[in-house]
Ligand binder design. Structure first.
Ligand SMILES: [Zn+2]
Length: 198
């Protein structure tokens, strides 16, 4: 048996000045470059995925960061999960997909824009990251193959994960290999099988 070498890694980051600990902005690479090149390193615009704050600034040294812009954009996209459905018709079960993406708060509130976006506008190939092509009824550009059902913010999923599954974080769910099941569970109220037909 070999003895593992324990390594300790320190990372440098600042948190969103608007919502505090929610989003970590890592600056290791900029601090390193700042020291190597002996000059300040500008960055941004960076966006907080929790509250949408736009941040631009300058890394001036190991523990010196200055913000040149810091504004809360109400319409900035935030991380979310979107449930999409493919209804094959007849009595066959619909196919669902949960997509990890970002949308603006107004899109998430109404859902109207999302219905248009997912139902008509975008080709599924754009969001099914690891699939090279989707073919539906012989069509390799199947707009409308999925329809928008429901969206949950990270905060909402996290709350569900804590309450219903006794998990403390997304990382923990990922480590335990249960994130996909937890997400399916979180969206359960919106998943019907077999389809209800009017
Ligand atoms: Zn924030």
């Amino acid at each position: 048996m070999t003895t593992p070498t324990i390594k300790i890694q320190t990372r440098q980051y600042f948190t969103c000045p608007n919502c505090e600990n929610a989003h970590q902005f890592f600056i290791d690479h900029l601090v390193k470059r700042c020291m190597e090149e002996m000059r300040p390193q500008p960055f941004g615009p960076w966006y907080c995925h929790q509250c949408g704050t736009t941040i631009k600034g300058i890394v001036k040294g190991e523990s010196s960061v200055e913000f040149t812009q810091c504004e809360v954009r109400d319409d900035a996209p935030k991380h979310c999960y979107v449930l999409l459905r493919h209804d094959p018709g007849n009595d066959a079960s619909p196919l669902y997909a949960i997509v990890r993406t970002s949308h603006t708060p107004s899109e998430l509130t109404t859902g109207d824009g999302l219905s248009y976006y997912y139902d008509e506008h975008t080709c599924p190939t754009n969001w099914v990251g690891q699939v090279t092509t989707l073919v539906w009824e012989g069509n390799a550009d199947p707009h409308g193959a999925f329809e928008y059902v429901h969206a949950m913010t990270d905060a909402q999923v996290l709350e569900f994960l804590k309450k219903e599954h006794d998990l403390t974080s997304f990382d923990q769910a990922e480590e335990q290999g249960v994130l996909d099941h937890v997400l399916a569970d979180a969206f359960h109220p919106y998943i019907t099988s077999p389809p209800s037909r009017e």
